[in-house]
Design a protein around this ligand. Structure first.
Ligand code: PMT
Length: 222
């Protein structure tokens, strides 16, 4: 078997958190450090792929030598993906995208006034779901961060977003999910659970995910 099974393949990876602005100094975001997405990008590169990263806000630094585009909001991430989508063989959505954003984005800093204030939120574009609808030859890998009923929600997301593989992490488990160097993931396809990986580094988990994608993609061409 080739040690570079993704040679000649173009892989787009999203990593990190989106930032949804409230006003010039305030925003809504989440705890994604970018580590999982960066590990995926590095694994894809090591397997021979031509990789491009689309990254939101991150604590970690992207792997050296992998070209990247920085984005802020879910809408920016969607726009950046639209530009590269046609050229992609594999798209991996490891980024943690906000589901809601402030309805209004204020040009000036909001002044303190009453004892209470409420912020109206509206849904962001579901990037993965849109890509799932646009899909022709692309191999689409989604992620799911869950706190309960992992299998049920993972399979629901896989079907609803038309993914080829879905990588689910139970973020309540020790050493799994946001910010950590390790993860505990289960990988699903349309027929159900493919592999439940034990606790391991995000690099090792990423390698397994990308090897599986390479096998599936090669199989699809046979
Ligand atoms: O970055 P780290 O600190 O290493 O943490 C890794 C991680 C926990 C962020 C990562 O492993 C992970 O699970 N990423 C997906 C987190 C997430 O947003 O899950 P979700 O269940 O809310 O979304 C499901 C999928 O839909 C994801 O692939 C997400 O990118 C996508 N999505 C969600 C909302 C939206 N508006 N657009 C999307 O494309």
């Amino acid at each position: 078997l080739s040690s570079k099974p993704l040679k000649g393949r173009r892989v787009i990876v999203t990593a990190g958190a989106t930032v949804e602005r409230i006003d010039p100094v305030r925003y809504i975001t989440n705890d994604s450090s970018g580590k999982m997405g960066f590990a995926i990008a590095a694994a894809a590169r090591d397997l021979g792929a031509d990789v491009h990263l689309i990254m939101g806000s991150t604590q970690a630094s992207p792997p050296q030598g992998i070209p990247h585009t920085r984005v802020e909001s879910a809408q920016d991430m969607y726009d950046a993906l639209q530009e590269v989508w046609e050229t992609a063989d594999i798209v991996v959505k490891a980024a943690a995208v906000a589901d809601y954003r402030p309805k209004e984005q204020f040009d000036r800093k909001i002044k303190k006034s009453g004892d209470q204030m409420s912020l109206e939120l509206v849904k962001t574009v579901d990037i993965l779901e849109s890509l799932g609808r646009m899909k022709t030859t692309q191999f689409l890998i989604g992620f799911a961060a869950e706190t309960n009923d992992l299998d049920k929600y993972a399979m629901d997301k896989l079907r609803r977003k038309n993914c080829d593989l879905l990588v689910a992490n139970d973020v309540t488990q020790e050493g799994a999910g946001f910010g950590t160097d390790t993860n505990v993931v289960s990988i699903f396809d349309s027929s159900g659970l493919v592999e439940a990986l034990p606790l391991m580094s995000k690099e090792m988990a990423a390698l397994r995910i990308m090897e599986l994608a390479a096998e599936r993609l090669a199989g699809a061409l046979d």
